[in-house]
Design a protein around this ligand. Structure first.
Ligand code: PRP
Length: 184
């Protein structure tokens, strides 16, 4: 889906598909250098991370494996509570594995902080994080993230995997949602 298909629902385009792809290439070069000769497992967090995972995995010139988790935060409304429930667990055994969690966005940081501790407790050799976006102003807990694409303002962003009410995930760029969409 292109900008003109949802222009009325956006106030602006924050990051274009081109900018995103350039950033993913840049992150991939760093990851390749850090994991040369290793057997890296990418863990994607459903559903928002699907696009980042697909592009990152194809960009990497490393023999990676992919696995997926789906988690849900307990709590009401749109606020993350930090208490996380596993909806779909990994199929892989993490014992001795080098794991890279792939996320679309870090908002409060609560999901990733929980997830990293959970994966570390399964005996992984290392657990690092790659997140395309981070909202520093929304952070409730500090998360040590080795690979970050962009620091963005605390706005409601959609596209490239990010949704509002399950819509806009297939928008190619990342845009700021117009208030009339979520206030109506
Ligand atoms: C988003 C995102 C992270 C989480 C970050 O997922 O993909 O998993 O929120 O928020 P936090 O830093 O405040 O914990 P969401 O729950 O929207 O599900 P989705 O990936 O299916 O869209």
């Amino acid at each position: 889906m292109e900008y003109q298909d949802i222009a009325d629902d956006l106030t602006s385009v924050l990051l274009t598909e081109q900018q995103i792809h350039e950033k993913i290439a840049e992150l991939s070069r760093r990851i390749e250098a850090d994991y040369a000769g290793e057997r890296l497992l990418l863990v994607g967090v459903l559903r928002g991370a699907v696009m980042v995972m697909a592009d990152l995995a194809r960009e990497l010139k490393l023999p990676i494996e992919m696995d997926w988790m789906a988690v849900s935060s307990y709590g009401s409304g749109t606020q993350s509570s930090g208490v996380v429930r596993i909806l779909k667990d990994l199929d892989s055994d993490l014992q001795g594995r080098k794991v890279l969690i792939v996320e679309d966005i870090i908002d409060s940081g609560l999901t990733l902080s929980w997830l990293r501790a959970n994966l570390e407790s399964r005996g992984a050799a290392s657990v690092e994080i790659c997140a395309l976006l981070r909202k520093p102003d929304a952070a409730k807990v500090a998360v040590d993230v080795r690979y970050i694409g962009f620091e963005i303002p605390n706005a409601f962003v959609v596209g490239y995997g990010l949704d509002y009410a399950e819509k806009y995930r297939n928008f190619r760029d990342i845009g700021v949602l117009a208030p009339h969409v979520y206030e109506s």
